[in-house]
Design a protein. Sequence first.
Length: 211
Amino acid sequence: MLLVTGTLAVAAMAAVVAGPVEAQTLTKAERKRLVNHLKDTRKALEKETKGLTAAQWNFKAAPDRWSVAECLEHITLSEDMLFGLVSDKVMKTPAQAEQYNAAAALEKDNQVIKLVPDRSQKVQAPAELRPSGKWASPAETWKHFEESRKRTIEYARATAELRSHFMDSPVIKNMDGYEWLLFLSAHSERHTAQIREVKADAKYPKKPSRY
């Protein structure tokens, strides 16, 4: 009993001397990469959806395929869900800064950026993220997406300890908060590619001539 008590006392003293593990803060390069990725995927989505006619927004290549409007709704729903997951769950897990390894983190970052947008790997969206006409028009959907993406970018700029908190994803195990925000951005990239597929269909409506 004395041995156990003594061991615990030594361990407690060592913990006091060592102090708590410091949170792993983002480097300037990491923050810049994340913010730029969020900005770039937003810009790409805007490019593919700007100036579409009603017929173009709502065209479906087949009854079981999504239209451009539905893709945008799914992206917007997912943005909110993933942001909430990061801010309310991932970042509230116990900090584990000791797990951080710069080389391993960079490798995992690159995995997220490569794997999530890959449309050759098909994934069924959960029911709550499937488009159902939540917003009255594509313009309203876009407005909400813009507000949500602005919030995400501000959060990425302001949150220093994204590398200290971890949670498994369906794609990659033990992702930190930084990688989850990359996942969010890469997810919108994935469905922007889906929008390009819709627009590439031979039956996709052409814009009416001005003449």
